[in-house]
Ligand binder design. Structure first.
Ligand SMILES: NC(=O)C1=CN([C@@H]2O[C@H](COP(=O)(O)OP(=O)(O)OC[C@H]3O[C@@H](n4cnc5c(N)ncnc54)[C@H](O)[C@@H]3O)[C@@H](O)[C@H]2O)C=CC1
Ligand code: BAL
Length: 503
């Protein structure tokens, strides 16, 4: 049933009306053939918030048709960059207007602290939309001299209908990373939010209508992954699929794209990002950045700095600073002003993280912070730090996606680089040193799409983000994301040469 859920946010007293239907052609609609609703939970209380309609493959078909019709009529090559910019900016303004309400729902559904949801997740969403609105009227090709009677030019055209599949760790922010560049270029969108955190996308649907986007330009089909996500990856009418999530699922999407219509694929996948602290670093500062790197968003971050390597001469001193800083972070209900971190998103994620913590203990690593379950309700995991780790331990090899840090030692720069690169992933990496030459050498040698020097985890909209190795394909953010949604056409023009015939 497509209806409205009236959701009370107990902490603020606000009642938010959330449409529960699929959003296709600017309307909220029920599924054509799926009666099973998706239940959505609050990870701080473990209670159900509401249920939303789950899309079937037939619903994805409907959304693709809506997106194709819009691409061929009201959007795509039929709307100017100026108009696209106007609408994207208008949407940014509406999100800004409603940021408190949106942040409350993000906190309720994802668990992250309200202030962080509002000022970072939603603040960055607004600036991401505005950044790409700026691009919309500046997308241009090249003119190329060929010879005296010929020239050529390139046209940067929208690739077409884009399927976008996003995860639950940054529901609204990952939405903006996908939607903003696609809209700027002129693509239309079939977006599948995570079934775990669909609520802010449901609210954004209302703002899309209010902003004045033509029907079919952005469609939201919340669905479980192996139904709606699989249908998007395999769809013959989708020209490109953009995905953020696990490497396992990314691989399936790529296979499915190859087996269907060879749609273009961009993947932003997992990581086990290394963080290096050299003896010359400002240790007080480095300890804060290392904490931010692993504890921000309760460690549910694809580029979380989850493997720390510290030079042996400062190891013990640094670990003690780190533990002090980690213990200062208050983990609690996202609506409590004091909370700097909330619960993890779901029972499944909670169980996964705890099974890794138990495996670390069983393998003989030393817990120097956290590592004990709470007895109260909510999927809370306190910052957990292991020392005395070995490279073959599961906690050192696997992406845990929680606030769990493993600490190792190195003697030399060469050893630090070798340890850092000894992974199948290559998303993020950080290093702290006061030796500029060392910063340059090490950042050049690190095999990752992003390197942070004397900081960690901070991103800006104009700098690309994405992975090497099994952390992904393609780039998000910056001008690079524009390219991912663009199809380049070369037009060859003859204005005088006669063809000598026969050849
Ligand atoms: N790189 C990142 O930002 C993220 C990484 N992860 C990693 O993945 C682990 C498992 O979390 P999940 O939520 O299960 O990740 P997932 O990769 O399965 O889910 C992410 C998105 O993919 C969709 N999906 C699932 N199966 C699909 C399929 N067969 N075809 C197309 N789409 C599909 C989901 O519905 C969701 O929208 C986490 O513990 C974490 O290690 C999870 C979320 C985000
Ligand atoms: N930290 C950027 C995006 C992600 O975690 O998925």
């Amino acid at each position: 049933m497509a209806t409205i859920a009236r959701v009370s946010v107990t902490a603020t007293g606000r009642v938010v009306e959330i449409p529960t239907g699929l959003f296709i052609n600017n309307e909220f609609v029920p599924s054509v053939d799926n009666q099973d609703l998706i239940d959505v939970y609050n990870p701080a209380t473990e209670e159900k918030i509401c249920s939303v309609v789950g899309a079937s493959a037939a619903d994805v078909d409907r959304a693709v048709k809506a997106a194709r019709d819009a691409f061929n009529t009201t959007w795509g090559k039929n709307v100017s960059g100026f108009e696209r910019a106007r609408l994207i900016n208008k949407l940014a303004d509406l999100i800004d207007r409603d940021k408190d309400e949106l942040a409350e729902i993000e906190t309720l559904n994802n668990g992250k602290p309200f202030k962080i949801a509002r000022d970072f997740d939603i603040g960055d969403t607004i600036s991401c939309l505005r950044y790409y609105a700026g691009w919309a009227d500046k997308i241009a090709g090249q003119t190329l001299e060929v010879d005296k009677n010929k020239w050529a030019y390139t046209k940067h055209e929208p690739i077409g209908v884009c399927g976008q599949i996003i995860p639950w760790n940054y529901p609204i922010n990952m939405w903006s990373w996908k939607v903003a560049p696609a809209l700027a270029v002129g693509c239309t969108i079939v977006m599948k939010p995570s079934e775990i955190t669909p609520l802010t996308a449901q609210l954004l649907s209302k703002l899309i209508v209010e902003a004045g986007f033509p029907p079919g330009v952005i469609n939201h089909v919340c669905s479980v992954g192996n139904v709606g996500g699989a249908a998007i990856s395999a769809h013959m009418g989708i020209d490109k699929v953009a995905f953020t999530g696990s490497t396992v699922t990314g691989r399936k999407i790529m296979e499915s794209a190859a087996r269907s219509n060879l749609k273009k694929v961009t993947l932003e996948l997992g990581g086990k990002s290394p963080h290096l602290v050299f003896e010359s670093a400002d240790l007080e500062e480095a300890a804060k950045w290392v904490c931010l790197g692993i504890l921000y968003n309760s460690g549910q971050d694809c580029s979380a700095g989850s493997r720390l390597y510290v030079q042996d001469t400062i190891h013990d001193k640094f670990v003690s600073l780190l533990v002090q800083r980690a213990k200062e972070l208050v983990i609690g209900d996202g609506f409590d002003e004091k909370s700097g971190g909330g619960p993890v998103v779901s029972k499944m994620q909670y169980d996964k993280i705890w099974s890794y913590i138990e495996s670390g203990k069983a393998d003989g690593a030393t817990v120097v912070c956290g590592g004990q379950k709470r007895t109260s309700k909510g999927y809370y995991v306190d910052p957990t730090i292991f020392t005395n780790t070995r490279e073959d331990m599961k906690i050192v090899k696997d992406e845990i996606f929680g606030p769990v840090l493993v600490v190792g030692k190195f003697k030399t720069e060469e050893e630090a680089i070798k340890l850092a690169n000894d992974t199948s992933y290559g998303l993020g990496a950080g290093l702290h040193s006061n030796d500029a030459g060392q910063c340059l050498r090490v950042s050049n040698a690190l095999e990752s799409g992003t390197v942070w020097v004397n900081q960690y985890n901070l991103l800006t909209n104009n700098v690309p983000f994405g992975g090497k190795k099994q952390s992904g394909i393609g780039r998000e953010l910056g001008s690079y994301a524009i390219e991912e949604y663009t199809s380049v056409k070369g037009v060859h023009w003859n204005y005088g040469e006669k063809l000598a015939w026969p050849l």
